[in-house]
Every structure is written in C-alpha cells, then in structure tokens.
Design a protein around this ligand. Sequence first.
Ligand SMILES: *[C@@H]1O[C@H](CO)[C@@H](O)[C@H](O)[C@H]1NC(C)=O
Length: 641
Amino acid sequence: MKATTVLLLVLVAGIQAGTYLDRFKEQYQKIHNSANGYFSKEGVPYHSIETLVVEAPDYGHETTSEAYSYYVWLEAINGYVTGDFSSFNNAWNNLETYIIPTFQPTLGSYNPGKPATYADELDDPSRYPAPIQTGVPVGQDPIYQELKNAYGTDSIYSMHWLLDVDNKYGFGDAQGQCEQGPSENGPSLINTFQRGPLESVWRTIPQPTCDNFKYGGRNGFLDLFVGDNSYTRQWKYTAAPDADARAIQAVYWAIQWAKEKGVENTISQTVSKASKMGDYLRYTMFDKYFKKIGNCVGPYNCGGGYGKESAHYLINWYYAWGGAMPDAGWWSWIIGDSAAHFGYQNPMTAYALSTVDELKPKGATAVQDWATSLQRQLELYKYLQTEEGAFAGGVTNSWNGRYDTPTSNLTSDTFHGMFYDWEPVYHDPPSNRWYGMQAWSTDRLAQYYYVSKDSTVLPILQKWVSWVLSVVKLENGDFQMPDHLTWKGVPPEISVNVGTYTHEIGTASATARTLAYYAAATGDSAAKAAAKAAAKGLLDALYSHSSDKGITIPEVPDQYKRFKEPVYVPPGWTGVYPYGDVIDSSATFIGIRSWFKQDPQWSKIESIMAGGEIPEFEFHRFWAQADVAIAFGTYAILFNE
Ligand SMILES: *[C@@H]1O[C@H](CO)[C@@H](O)[C@H](O)[C@H]1NC(C)=O
C-alpha cells in the first residue's frame, strides 16, 4: 500500500470517529458475522436468525421484501461509512435475483381495459371460497401501456412479499421454476393470506406462487380461495408496497452520500433500477378493481374508473398480479388495493421519485403521479392525526373489501370520499394496534421534513413528537415503548390511548431515528434538545443490551399458544403438501407444518401445548437489528457524534 493511501485512510477514519459511528460498525459486523446466521448461503437475509418464529411470516427462515428493504438501507449507510458502495449494489442485486419474480410468462395477454374479474372479500375464512362475479364493473388500468413503452417489457419490476429461503415447504417455486418440489435448493417464492381480515397467520394456508396442480387438491390450492366453474394452472404474486418504498428511500440516501464522497457513478445502475421500481410501485395508488375513488358504494353501483379516476394516490396495503401457465391459457390480471394504512405512507419516497432527477421514473406520467401522491399522503396524516398526536388507522374506498355501505358515523367527514377505518385490511390483531406503525411512518415524515423543510409538515410532526415524548418511558438507563394502542372516535375527533408497554428493539430504534431527524431539522432549540436527548437515551439503552448476535432482549410471545389452532378447510376438500402433510377439514396450524416438530426449540412449544406457561424466547429479526444499526448510523451522520 502506498504511503499516501495509508495517510488518506487515517484521515478518513479520523473524520469519522464517533461513538455512534463505532456502534454502527459494531452492529453491522455482527449482522454480517456468518457465525450468527443472518444470511442464507445465497446471501439472502432471513427474517430472523431463529427458525421458530410465527408472526407475519410463519417461519423464521422465510424472508420478506421488508427484510430486503432494510438490507439495502443498512448497506447504504455502510457506503457512507466506508466510501465504498459495492455492498449496497450487491444488496440490490441479491434482491433482484431472488425476490423480484422473473417468471411472469403470460402477462403479455393482459388487457388494461379489463384488469381483473371481481370477487367479494368475506369477513371470515370459513366463508371462503369467494365466488367470482363476472358482472361487476371494473375500471381500466391507466399505467400499463406507459410502463410497457418505458421499459419494453410486460414483466412487473416489484418485489413479491414472501420468500421460503430454504424451500422448507418444498414447493420449489424458485426463480423461473414452477413446483420443482423439495429437491429444488434455491429460495422459493411462496404466499399466505388470501381469506379476509380475520385470517391471521395462525389460520392461513400457505400456497405456492406457481400453482401447477402438483400439490394441494384437485385444483391445487385455487379453490380454497376463489369459487369458479373450472380452474386453470396459474402463477401469481403479491407486493407489500411499503417495502418497495423503503428500498427506494434507502437509494435516495445512498445518492446523497455517494455524491458527498464523489462516487455517485459507482451506484448509477442501482439507482436506475430503483427508479424503475418506483415506476411500477404506482400500482399501489389504485383501487383494487380500478373503480372510481370516492363514495364507491355497491359493487354493481360503483363504476370503473377511466384515466386516473381510480387513483387514491396513497400507498395501499398490497397489489397483486398473475396469469395462466403458458400451456394452460392466455390471460392475466392485475389488482390494486382500495385500503391505505397511514403506517405504510412514505412521503420521503414520493418526494424522491417526484423531485430527484436520478430517481424520476421514465413512465410518461410517473413524476406527476408521485408529486400528487406526496400531497395526498401529507393530507392523510393531517386527516388521521388524533388530538394527542398519534395517527389513527387509514381509509378505504371499499368498505369491508366488497364496496359495502359503511356505518353512518363514517360518512360525514370522508377523505376524498374514502371512509375512515381504524383497522384497515386485517383485524387479528387489529392492523393499527401495534405502536411500531407510528414510528415507521413518522420516521419518513421526519426525513421528508429534514430534507424539504416543507412548513406544512412541521405542526403535524411537532404534535406527534410531543405525544411520543410523553409516552415513551426512559428510566434507569432502560426504556419501555408503547406496544398496543387503542382508538376512539372518528375523524376529526379521534383519540388514542396506550394500552400496554413493551421492551421492543425495532420500535425503539425507529423512534430514536425519527426524533433524531426531527431534532436535526427543527429551528426551535428547546424542541431540538428534548428530541435529541430522547433519541440518545433510546440508543444508549438499546446499546446496553448488546450481545454477540446484536441487540438481545428476550420476549414472551403471547400468541404462541395458538399452534393447535384449527385452520378452516371446506368440508370434503382434501389436499397434500409436498412433504405429505394433509390439508382437510381437521387441519391445524401445526398439522400442516409438521416439520416444525424438528425445530431445535420445539420442546418449548410442546410444553405450551401441554398447558405450560409461555417461556421467554430470544428473537433476532433482521429488520429490527438492521434498524438499530441504521439508527446508530443516522445519529452519527446527523450530529457527528
Ligand atoms: C361507528 O358506528 C358503528 C355502529 O354503531 C360502531 O360499531 C363503530 O364502533 C363506530 N365506529 C367508530 C370508529 O367509532
């Protein structure tokens, strides 16, 4: 090594010294220490180190688009710290390789004039399959053709939300493959939830993303969900748009930091891929069946939208797409989602896609759409803010997921004709019970304010910050975060109450980061000092729980008494999983996942099922551990400490 290089390295290290930067590096190294097992052999970040995990994913060695979005963000900060963005580029390439579906063979048949055929969402899994209703009007898809013009392909560039990294279920839907079975050793795209708001993870029936009728019943898994006269072998994927938005947000920061280091040319390929993802992410802005937004009541009554009439411009809960297997049919479909939860909104990403030249998507109306989305999201925060400062639920264009008539208390103060919903999309548990949504979403609002200094946001943010400072407990060098929140009233008179507290890692770090951005941005010196002190307090308390695996705080997962819970399967329906577990009307959570009985921690579940107390578990979730590292790094970057 040349002497000048050595000198340069020393200088760079000198500039970047600081407690929180060191803590970032320490946490980063633990996440990348192969002995800890955060990554698969392909370099895919697992949902968690531990395999016995049941929450949104039903197995710890699955992964989600959420974990990938945190991975990209983690590596963006590493780029800032080292000046080398190759690990950031690698993270995106891994994401593209494994979780953006390559197998979308019949999307060329898609008719944007008729995106999908309607079916109701039903209140309970036991009401499924939901019959197809061909007579219900649907709208037209106004962005498909401009996406095709921009990128010259029919394939959608979005992450599917769930990946069975070790092919544990054995479907073998690896990239480009359809039901290759247990011998396939690559990560397999998989799906769960399809049966309405009460289908929690405990009651869901995992299914392949490519259903060639090799597993499941006579019609694969299709006739569990949708009632039709006949069934066609098909493929289908679902996006979790908050994750795609988070990945793009991470790329926004990488651009700023790479410019600071003078190496922006090294990330240009990743940046253009993120821009493309942002173009396709516009599917998040549409009603499920592209119906008109506003007072859309009665599936037959409410008409389909033309042009952008079907755009609510919010980040919705999902969008999905699929089609026939090429040797089985020539049709395909795309759906949006009529419901938007405040917790998924990302004004930072909307701002980045509408104003940052490198990220502006190529689609003809994309920049305008994201500019509109930014304003609409800001309006939503205002609409949903409680008198205390926390944000309540969300809004929907389709009451009960079937364009029902909402109760009369919801029709006087609507949001662009959409109805307030305190628990959008899922009810077991209620989707806005978890405090984490507050920190996740407000973090992006605070980043947006830090970057834009948009004065319309300040009062909203200030109010939230004073609420959070009043409910977070920092005592004796440790913390307690709000866990379950309860809600009362309807806009404009909504209020929140903290029901329970918890010692949760990821929500503490996300709250710290939100406060840090707010403190760095506000001109009010007292507010700055208070927010910064709380951020520091949370980060220091988290650091006091350091272990060789990251940050370790044991938990008692109260849901773990549900392993024996029945899984509804219609009478007479019978099918099998690749490893032989039978699916029929006596199915249970554990019965259709008998491989869990080989888990190293299975004995703990056995004792719970035998009536014992739920013991403590240690979980090291990728997203939470990465979030802590990102919070350390952000604090270091903002305050140079
Ligand atoms: C609106 O009214 C319905 C029916 O009376 C009630 O069940 C519901 O809780 C009310 N919604 C809210 C958010 O207060």
